[in-house]
Design a protein around this ligand. Structure first.
Ligand SMILES: Cc1ncc(COP(=O)(O)O)c(C=O)c1O
Length: 376
């Protein structure tokens, strides 16, 4: 019968889209998951040169151009002191494809995937697409993922657990001790740790650590992208990094679904990674100021907020009806339960928006929160 697969029918469309669809055209949008900065000029230029010179017309090697993978490997040396073989990297269509490859290659039908709840919406969907069973686990009070909670959720059926730091939707950053513990769990229990590091450079306090730095086995696979760090969400360029045997298996899927990442985007990404990094520093400095503005605004409105240490999201606790009330008053925020059951009672606000917009948004928050509280 020309019906649909059970796997796909078990997946619901993104709840974020539904919020956008019901918003007024002139609403202030704090629902977006992308930086409001231009892609660095040198990255754009490099893609244009490649197009003009005819270097972007053909398929590249499946894993991506050698020079892009050299630039990615050099980044791991620079940022973490890790020696990565460029052949152990696949350039992908954004972090999204990288996550898809990691789960598709490692999860068998019925196996479980543990991930943070609230967490990035694709973890649940991609687990189902791979035929696996989602195992969301709740967070600590500071919205970080507790390694002990992951360890307690492991069963004989666990194929993988996902760690995401800095995190979407919470803005939480895992400590070095946590990352060491995730690496130990992957080693000791022989289970795969998928570390989603797409926000790795957007950190305000402390530093980002990767479980890859601490694992003794090859049970850590890293997913990252140029999307957030270089404001390149539209270019669709990410990567997955793992041991040779894991890359070999993931490559089988990538060859069939993608052949190679878009060639112009590969050139742009190489320039972004290898070129001057001041656009990243400037963007992160700006995000930090906006974070302070938004946290102050939410606290002034009487909301409880865990101060986010990274990414560009904040997740305050909100009274019932708060998100709908914001939407009615022209402010788009995303209800926390879109990111998992434990997100209920929270909202996600993205501060990847201009300062004036954020100031206007905080005025709405202050005024409308009073009304919502008052009506309880
Ligand atoms: C935590 C997380 N991982 C992965 C992605 C996917 O990123 P990309 O746009 O590179 O596919 C996102 C995008 O919002 C994200 O928030």
């Amino acid at each position: 019968m020309a019906s649909f697969s059970e796997r796909i029918q078990s997946v619901s469309p993104s709840g974020i889209r539904k919020v956008f669809d019901s918003a007024a055209d002139d609403a202030i949008n704090l629902g977006l998951g992308q930086p409001d900065f231009p892609t660095p000029e040198h990255a754009r230029r490099r893609a244009l040169e490649a197009i003009r010179n005819g270097n972007a017309d053909a398929y590249t090697p499946n894993k991506g151009t050698h020079s892009l993978r050299d630039a990615i490997a050099a980044k791991y040396d620079r940022d973490y002191g890790l020696a990565v073989d460029p052949d152990d990297i696949i350039a992908t269509a954004g972090g999204s494809e990288a996550l898809h490859l990691a789960l598709e290659a490692h999860v068998s039908a019925g196996e479980e995937v543990i991930f943070p709840d609230p967490g990035f919406v694709s973890y649940d969907m991609l687990t189902r697409v791979a035929g696996g069973t989602p195992k969301p686990v709740g967070l600590r009070d500071d919205l970080t993922l507790d390694p002990a909670a992951v360890e307690a959720a492991l069963t004989d059926e666990t194929a993988a657990f996902i760690v995401n730091s800095p995190a979407n939707p919470t803005g939480a950053v895992q400590s070095e001790a946590d990352m060491r513990a995730f690496a130990r769990i992957a080693d000791e229990h022989d289970v795969l740790c998928v570390s989603d590091e797409v926000y790795e450079r957007i950190v305000y306090q402390g530093a980002h650590y990767s479980p890859l730095e601490f694992a003794e086995s090859d049970n850590v696979v890293v997913v990252s992208a140029t999307s957030k760090t270089y404001s390149m969400t539209g270019w669709r360029l990410g990567w997955v990094l793992g041991s040779t045997r894991r890359i070999d298996e993931m490559l089988k899927i990538h060859q069939s679904i993608q052949a190679c990442a878009s060639a112009p985007a590969q050139y742009a990404a190489e320039a972004a990674l290898a070129g001057p990094q001041d656009p990243v520093t400037e963007m992160v400095d700006t995000f930090e100021k906006r974070r302070d503005l938004v946290v102050d605004g939410l606290e002034d409105a009487g909301l409880d907020v865990t101060v986010p240490e990274g990414s560009f999201y904040v997740m305050p606790e909100v009274p019932s009806g708060w998100c709908d009330a914001m939407l009615e008053h022209g402010l788009i925020v995303v209800p926390g339960d879109v990111f998992g059951e434990n997100g209920a009672g929270y909202a996600r606000l993205s501060y990847a928006a201009g300062t004036e917009e954020l100031q206007d948004a905080m005025e709405i928050v202050r005024d409308v929160t009073q009304t919502v509280h008052g009506s309880r």
